[in-house]
Design a protein around this ligand. Structure first.
Ligand code: NAD
Length: 246
């Protein structure tokens, strides 16, 4: 088991890529803190994982709320005193052409997709620094690396995550905390199915491997980045996109 004895926190793990990553980390022997905003949803997931014999725990907070993030980390420190892996996965997609986008959309998208990464990384870095060991994995997007029509806000929020990743990788390297990002292409989750039908077809047609990605494709890359298999890998943005040309 690649993550035996490690403690992980995965944000936005109520469904999609986050939930699959939580399950994969459990299978690899980690103690997994499952984050989401709905206590009811997270409790159910945790109970299901525990019923399978996994060490899963819930941590309910809104990643965009700095006070809630602070309280959540307080609770985590009380319970485990340690954190080995942080996956900043929570995110939203709210597409609009630049002429139509509202200030509210811009603020909300950056709060959830970008600011949250800084809030959680700050506390995680302190905790990981105590042990001189850790792995932070940020879920960016191919839209952050390549851009796309109607996605200036989302793409900007995800490109900023790449800047955060590279900067923190440099800042935290001497503490043996590795910071990397995954840039998924088009992955089979509720988020992917939320886009209009014509855009969906356009995306599918742009994938060289001619199949939509599975959440497990991202989760497996996260396992690699979380584990000692990637012990000399930091500051990298790993595209997991089936050869998508956008
Ligand atoms: P999803 O919508 O299925 O899951 C996102 C999760 O984040 C949900 O559980 C949601 O409740 C949670 N979340 C949203 N706001 C939150 C907040 N303020 N606090 C806590 N949790 C919050 O989407 P997904 O496809 O699983 O996406 C996961 C990540 O992957 C996102 O960051 C997304 O931008 C990125 N991504 C997805 C795709 C794709 O094709 N699905 C492609 C590139 C990048």
């Amino acid at each position: 088991m690649l993550l035996k004895g490690k403690v992980a926190l995965i944000t936005g793990a109520g469904r999609g890529i986050g939930l699959t990553t939580a399950k994969r980390f459990c299978e690899e022997g980690a103690t997994v803190y499952v984050n989401g905003r709905s206590a009811e949803q997270i409790n159910k997931i945790v109970l299901d994982l525990q019923a399978e014999g996994f060490d899963a725990r819930g941590l309910v907070f809104d990643v965009a709320n700095a006070d809630e993030v602070k309280d959540a980390f307080r609770l985590l420190i009380k319970q485990t005193k340690t954190l080995d892996i942080l996956v900043n996965n929570a995110g939203i997609l709210d597409d609009a052409l630049i002429g139509m986008v509202t200030v509210e959309q811009i603020k909300r998208t950056f709060e959830i997709n970008t600011f949250s990464t800084l809030y959680t990384s700050q506390y995680a870095a302190r905790l990981m620094g105590r042990n001189k060991s850790g792995s932070i994995i940020n879920i960016s997007s191919i839209i952050g690396t390549n851009g796309n029509t109607g996605q200036a806000v989302y793409g900007g929020s995800k490109a900023a995550v790449i800047g955060i990743t590279k900067s923190l990788a440099k800042e935290l390297a001497l503490s043996n905390i590795r910071v990397n990002a995954v840039a998924p292409g088009f992955i089979k989750t509720d988020m992917a199915f939320s886009i209009p039908e014509d855009k969906f077809k356009e995306r599918m047609d742009s994938i060289a491997m001619a199949r939509i990605g599975e959440p497990a494709d991202i989760a497996n890359t996260a396992v690699y980045l979380a584990s000692d298999l990637s012990s000399y890998v930091t500051g990298q943005i790993i595209g997991v996109d089936g050869g998508m040309l956008i």
